[in-house]
Design a protein around this ligand. Structure first.
Ligand SMILES: *Cc1c(COP(=O)(O)O)cnc(C)c1O
Length: 400
């Protein structure tokens, strides 16, 4: 499904030309490759985000050209298409292992029968984002910051999406009017100083519209920073063209928040896209979602976070899987996340240690979960342990 919004302009492909391999020390960031289906596509098309959008894997015959489709995937595709479409960019699809159905890229993008099981405790809107909506398109929950939805489109429909209720549903596309109403709400609410621009993926908006959104926010005196939340760095890095970067760099200071989940996603293309954004002076943070069979292993997360730091992306959050409908097959016990933090803190750079949080069901917001380092505490002293489980005593100050 390519809509007009996604394919405006023909010069947008200029300036995406990654080197075949990026290297940092002994670490290689190889190009993603062409998979089984796209060996003949010329680089000029492959590196065009418009071509990537227009040639997404959306049907069963498309998918069969790329991987050995399993019985489970076949059945899940037939049954899930009305609930939540499949769409995968050729670039991201080419990262899938064609013979391994448990490939972490494949698990994130190809429907599985697990999606059709809806647990009684799962919800359409687990974070009650609709309840805290003063106007359509804005979720205002925390005192000083809001979520601002600017489109419902994404290049790839992640199977673990927390906003399945909206994403990929063409009937609910954010219209210009909704955008204006959202901006107007932010303008007349001086307590807001930080705006999370979200969706869908905001980069499914044209450059012109993004320029307008960022520029409009920048003009509001009480807005200090904003964040552009996008997974295009992972699923469609070709979207980060010279034109795009030149336009967004005019609206600093702001941050890009992205969503890498596995070391396999750290390719030369992703490296190149992150470098362009970082070179423009825009810091990048990562928000990983913890998922069974994908990244529920401290060694996988550590490797991912090391690769991200080399790409100048700072690990920011690890999210416990939300209670969205049909994603129970991805959920892990909370101990898994706490254990990952236990294996990072102290063992590696503090910069590689994100916050592990649960976004509380029902709209309680993000709540951090950390290993317990405080063994006892009174007015005189605190007994703490370090990452090697050695105990230390810290005397409290005499007067408080
Ligand atoms: C996650 C979120 C934010 C941003 O939270 P930070 O902890 O500042 O990153 C803001 N509003 C809503 C509704 C959110 O879910």
């Amino acid at each position: 499904m390519t809509n007009a919004q996604n394919v405006t302009g023909s010069e947008k492909t200029v300036g995406f030309n990654p080197e075949p391999v990026y290297r940092v020390g002994l670490n290689e960031f190889p190009t993603g490759g062409r998979g089984r289906a796209w060996g003949d596509v010329p680089a000029s098309q492959w590196n065009s985000w418009i071509w990537q959008q227009q040639n997404r894997v959306r049907t069963m015959p498309d998918l069969e050209r790329v991987v050995d489709v399993t019985k489970d995937e076949h059945e899940a595709f037939d049954k899930s298409s009305e609930l939540f479409n499949m769409a995968i960019t050729p670039y991201y699809a080419a990262l899938m292992d064609p013979t391994d159905p448990d490939c972490p890229i494949r698990l994130q993008s190809v429907p599985k029968m697990g999606e059709l099981t809806v647990q009684p405790e799962e919800m359409e809107d687990p974070l009650a984002e609709e309840r805290d909506m003063p106007v359509p398109g804005i979720t205002h929950r925390y005192p000083d910051r809001v979520l601002f939805y600017t489109t419902h489109h994404c290049p790839v429909y992640c199977r673990h999406c927390t906003r399945k209720r909206k994403v990929s549903d063409p009937g609910s596309a954010a219209q210009k009017k909704q955008l204006e109403d959202g901006l107007e709400y932010i303008r007349k609410t001086p307590s807001i100083r930080d705006v999370v621009i979200s969706g869908g993926d905001p980069l499914s908006n044209s450059d012109e519209r993004l320029d307008y959104i960022l520029g409009s926010l920048r003009k509001i005196p009480h807005i200090e920073v904003f964040r552009l939340g996008t997974r295009n760095l992972v699923t469609l890095p070709h979207r980060i063209t010279d034109d795009f970067v030149r336009i967004i760099a005019q609206h600093k200071p702001f941050y890009v928040h992205t969503h890498f989940n596995h070391p396999k996603e750290c390719t030369a293309e992703a490296f190149h896209a992150c470098a362009k954004i970082a070179d423009a002076g825009i810091p990048i943070n990562n928000q990983m979602v913890l998922m069974r069979g994908i990244n529920d292993d401290p060694q996988v997360v550590k490797r991912l976070n090391h690769l991200l730091l080399m790409m100048r992306v700072r690990p920011y959050y690890i999210f416990q899987c939300d209670m969205s409908q049909g994603i129970s097959h991805f959920r892990t016990p909370v101990e898994v996340g706490i254990n990952i933090i236990e294996h990072l803190r102290g063992h590696t750079s503090g910069m590689a240690v994100p916050h592990f949080v649960i976004d509380a069901p029902g709209g309680g917001g993000k709540i951090p979960l950390i290993p317990n380092y405080v063994l006892s505490k009174d007015d005189e002293k605190v007994v703490v342990r370090n990452y090697l489980n050695k105990e230390y005593v810290y005397p409290q100050p005499k007067q408080k």
